[in-house]
Design a binder for this molecule. Structure first.
Ligand SMILES: [Zn+2]
Length: 255
């Protein structure tokens, strides 16, 4: 129980760091240097303004110095990261047997969650896939799959090529109206992270969630038919869900 709380709080802190990364990727500032400032009044923030979740609640979503409204992105990313870190701990350590491989799977899960959150939020807010972020995640996950989990490179290459080709064909056929070149790279990322055949499960899930979301938005009159919805967030949901429950989903779907 204490471990769950520990990883929830650790996730909150990482989430707060991910928010800073997202902000600095967008503003073009260095990710590594400089203290956090209010982007409205430029006041350097103290630790009291930077406590994950609590500062937002305590300040009721406003800057302490200029009262400027703070985006819901901040507490939501922190909360999502905290919950996912705790969930990852629960999934890998709820059984009694703990092996070195399970510890590695857990560590890689935390890394994957962080990359997926950045890609999800950035595409959701700015309709853009930051390719450097995807490449970094892709290289880490591929190296881990090859050298730690000993997954065959044939399975990885097939999955990466298959998924990226699938998106590339749609890109060419629709001349960029259905999806962007960033989604082709996300296909490669998903394939190299999940391998064959799990990548198929992730793609199916992404389309289901995307279709359901599209119908909900249409019903709520938020979007019109043909209006652009970023696809990256759905791909990241498919990727994470399959990373955690891929084996279970495959037996569920194909027996
Ligand atoms: Zn301010």
């Amino acid at each position: 129980m204490w471990s769950l709380i520990f990883f929830f709080i650790f996730g909150l802190i990482i989430g707060s760091f991910l928010n800073a990364v997202i902000y600095r990727l967008h503003s073009g500032e260095s990710v590594a240097r400089g203290r956090s400032k209010c982007f409205n009044c430029q006041q350097t923030l103290s630790w009291k303004d930077l406590v994950p979740l609590l500062s937002f609640v305590w300040l009721r979503g406003h800057c302490r110095y200029c009262q400027n409204h703070i985006s819901w992105q901040y507490p939501l990313v922190e909360l999502a990261s905290g919950l996912l870190f705790a969930a990852a701990f629960y999934i890998f350590f709820s059984s009694a047997v703990v092996s070195l491989i399970i510890i590695w799977q857990f560590i890689l899960s935390l890394i994957l969650i962080s990359f997926c959150l950045i890609i999800f939020v950035y595409d959701f807010r700015y309709y853009l896939i930051v390719e450097a972020v995807v490449w970094a995640g892709l290289i880490i996950m591929t190296a881990a799959n090859l050298f730690i989990f000993q997954i065959s490179w044939v399975s990885l290459a097939a999955a990466g090529a298959g998924a990226s080709l699938f998106f590339w064909l749609q890109l060419v056929i629709s001349r960029g109206r259905w999806l962007g070149s960033g989604d082709v790279l996300l296909g490669l990322f998903m394939g190299l992270t999940l391998g064959w055949p799990k990548v198929i499960v992730a793609l199916v899930l992404a389309y289901w969630v995307g279709a359901a979301m599209g119908l909900i938005l249409l019903a709520m009159n938020k979007k019109q038919l043909g209006s652009r919805i970023p696809f990256g967030p759905f791909l990241m949901i498919g990727l994470l869900v399959t990373w955690f429950w891929g084996d279970y989903l495959i037996t569920l779907l194909y027996g």
